[in-house]
Ligand binder design. Structure first.
Ligand code: WTA
Length: 659
């Protein structure tokens, strides 16, 4: 970055750090219109009124135009930690996301899709309806029905939302697996959910290369007896795809002759819509469950108020649908609002680092949502890349996934948003399903703070004894005190884990796993995970998940995985490894172990640094003390090590990292 620019950023950062949204944006915003209709005069009053959550969320049902098949009898039933929203309502999210849209916005474009090689497809709501229905009929014909699980391992192509919606339409539960994960990770998720059917593709494009999917799925399907059929999308036209007779079908062949009409299954609003696996503190990812009704209301309402989407907006969320951000804000939320969105298949720097900015210019994107890690990467590449493009259609920006450092915030504000576009720094989780702490277009912004809870969300920060640290500016446990509509409905097949992970820290209060502080103005500053979960480029990876992958290699006896701050990725993965006897440390072995993790989990989990050590610090009960490894790695005080079974291991770690 040139010095001049650095100076401007410094001075922007010194300006009291409060950025006020443009008056016109405030005046024309969806949230302001809502406030005017309800005689609400200020942001504070809105938050206050919304503390009556039953009132607020009933209003949101109207606000986003939810059409129940049968009206709810009750807004909320809360028996911590179990919640039911819109109790008694008959519903299917596909009705609002697709069926209704095909009726009222038939010729409006739902997705403008761009493949990495450059091809463009525009899919209207009418076409989306037809394709969803044809696939839904195929699923039915293959014997998939209500409550059955379908695993979807697809890249960022329109068929991914189509597949999800087709499942939901017939009441099946989808489980999407990120296309960047390995086939082992796919297998784990199929086995855990006992999915009946797999939908995948021959492959996809990433950085100009073809990444195969079907051939890799075949390597593990032998261990997945629950899978009865596989539907394969021909994305690339790869030769030699092995299609197992009676099990595997090409998407384009099997849909032939299937009707463009399919009745939408009438579900209970609290029936499950999907499972999405996410990393926790154990080696095994947990299946977060979401339900039709509340999730529809929560995702659409946040999108409408936070990102202010209106009929003529062009929305682009650059996330992958394999993560919750894509589920909520590329598939369900935007479709329920009937917006036009951009969807891009490939890598951000392909073929040049201005691909994203060129997309924004060519399609006239008005609201753009991305991750801090991407912004930091672009910041390092320099503002000359966005400067080549006219980004003046943008009116609002957003980030998600990890804390955004003020420098990256200001860069994003200045070089992408042209100092016009407020940045919605949205804090939320796979478990919350929807944005929870975030500015609205009317909120004065402080770079680096996710500002305040969304109306109807009661967030707080507690000390270990459950006392509130609200407005005390002291770090503590970030908690949510009242249920919210898109709240997770549990963990698939892991009820005890659900209670233990989220509800046992404080009675009847949801514990997020994050640390945060709330400043004197009531602004939340998220400080990061308190549990052993890493955030690498915004992706959640459990330390123990990487450790289990490492110890599954014959050379590895024990492993401790910790995070280390990284300029672009946020966190880098560092592994300390004790080898089995007979194995010698070498560069070659390091490389092999990195590749092994990539094969086991996916490239995103590949350790950045590996240290071979002869011992790892452990408690007397044999638990490996990652905390101590990390402290030594970062040159911090490891604290009291006298309780360790092997205090001398601390010096072993010191020696390895040269501290
Ligand atoms: C982190 C992503 C700071 C946090 C939607 C959370 C954030 C975890 C923010 C969830 C933000 C997400 N500021 N930290 N704006 N957004 N996080 O499940 O640690 O992939 O607990 O969901 O990401 O990650 P997940």
């Amino acid at each position: 970055m040139s010095q001049g620019v650095g100076e401007t950023i410094d001075s922007l950062l010194r300006e009291g750090r409060v950025f006020h949204p443009p008056k016109e944006l405030v005046e024309t915003s969806n949230v302001k219109a809502f406030m005017d209709r309800h005689g609400i005069g200020s942001y504070e009053e809105l938050l206050e009124r919304a503390r009556d959550i039953e009132w607020f969320w009933s209003e949101m049902v109207k606000e986003v135009g939810i059409e129940w098949f049968e009206e709810p009898k009750k807004v909320l039933e809360w028996n911590p930690p179990y919640v039911k929203w819109f109790v008694g309502a008959k519903y299917n999210i596909v009705h609002d996301a697709v069926d209704k849209q095909a009726r009222i916005r038939k010729n409006k474009v739902a997705y403008i899709w761009e493949g990495e090689p450059g091809e463009v497809r525009k899919i209207t709501y009418g076409e989306l309806y037809n394709e969803v229905n044809r696939l839904a009929n195929v699923l039915k014909a293959l014997g998939v029905g209500r409550g059955d699980r379908v695993t979807i391992w697809l890249p960022m192509v329109p068929e991914l939302p189509i597949a999800m919606l087709a499942c939901a339409k017939i009441g099946a539960i989808h489980s999407v697996v990120f296309s960047g994960f390995s086939e082992r990770a796919l297998l784990d998720r199929i086995q855990d959910s006992r999915a009946k059917l797999l939908i995948t593709a021959d492959g996809f494009y990433r950085n100009g290369k073809v990444i195969e999917l079907k051939s890799r799925a075949d390597k593990v399907l032998g261990e997945a007896p629950s899978i009865e059929n596989v539907i394969v999308l021909e994305r690339i036209g790869l030769d030699g795809i092995d299609m197992k007779r009676g099990r595997d079908y090409w998407w384009h062949e099997i849909i032939k002759g299937h009707s463009r009409h399919c009745d939408t299954e009438v579900m209970d609003a609290n029936d499950l819509l999907f499972i999405l696996y996410t990393s926790g503190t154990t080696g095994k990812p947990k299946g977060v469950m979401h339900a039709h009704g509340g999730y529809a209301v929560g995702t659409a309402a946040t999108l409408k108020f936070i990102f202010d989407l209106k009929e003529d907006d062009i929305w682009w969320c650059s996330a992958d649908i394999g993560w919750i951000t894509g589920h909520s804000y590329i598939v369900y939320g935007p479709l329920i609002l009937g917006v036009t969105q951009v969807m891009y298949e490939g890598a951000p720097l392909y073929p040049e680092p201005d691909r994203w900015w060129s997309i924004i210019e060519r399609y006239g994107v008005t609201v753009f949502y991305t991750a801090p890690t991407a912004i930091r990467m672009f910041m390092r590449l320099g503002e000359k890349w966005p400067a080549r493009h006219d980004l003046s259609t943008l009116r609002l920006l957003g980030t998600v996934g990890e804390p955004i450092n003020p420098e990256a915030w200001v860069w994003y504000y200045k070089y992408i948003g042209g100092e016009r576009c407020p940045i919605m720094d949205t804090w939320w989780q796979t478990e919350t399903g929807m944005q929870m702490i975030s500015p609205l277009p009317i909120t004065p912004l402080k770079p680096g703070s996710a500002t305040k809870p969304f109306p109807g969300i009661e967030a707080d920060v507690y000390d270990p004894n459950g006392n509130s640290l609200y407005k005390k500016n002291v770090g503590g446990y970030l908690v949510i005190k009242k249920p919210w509509p898109a709240m997770l409905r549990g963990l698939w097949n892991a009820e005890e884990k659900y209670i233990k992970t989220y509800w046992s820290m404080f009675e009847g209060i949801y514990f997020t796993g994050d640390a945060a502080r709330v400043d004197e103005d009531g602004y939340f500053w998220i400080q990061g995970r308190l549990d052993d979960v890493l955030k690498v480029s915004g992706h959640r990876i459990g330390n123990s998940e990487v450790e289990s992958a490492l110890v599954s290699h014959p050379a590895v006896s024990e492993a401790a995985v910790v995070g280390k701050p990284h300029e672009i990725k946020g966190e880098a993965i560092v592994a300390f490894i004790v080898l089995r006897s007979g194995y010698e440390p070498s560069e070659g072995l390091k490389q092999e172990l990195r590749e092994h993790v990539a094969r086991e989990i996916g490239k995103i989990a590949r350790p950045d640094e590996i240290y071979f050590v002869t011992d790892l610090p452990k408690t007397r009960s044999g638990k490996i003390m990652r905390r101590v490894c990390r402290a030594v790695l970062l040159g911090m005080d490891p604290g009291d090590v006298s309780t360790l079974a092997n205090p001398e291991a601390v010096d072993v770690i010191r020696g390895a990292v040269g501290r």
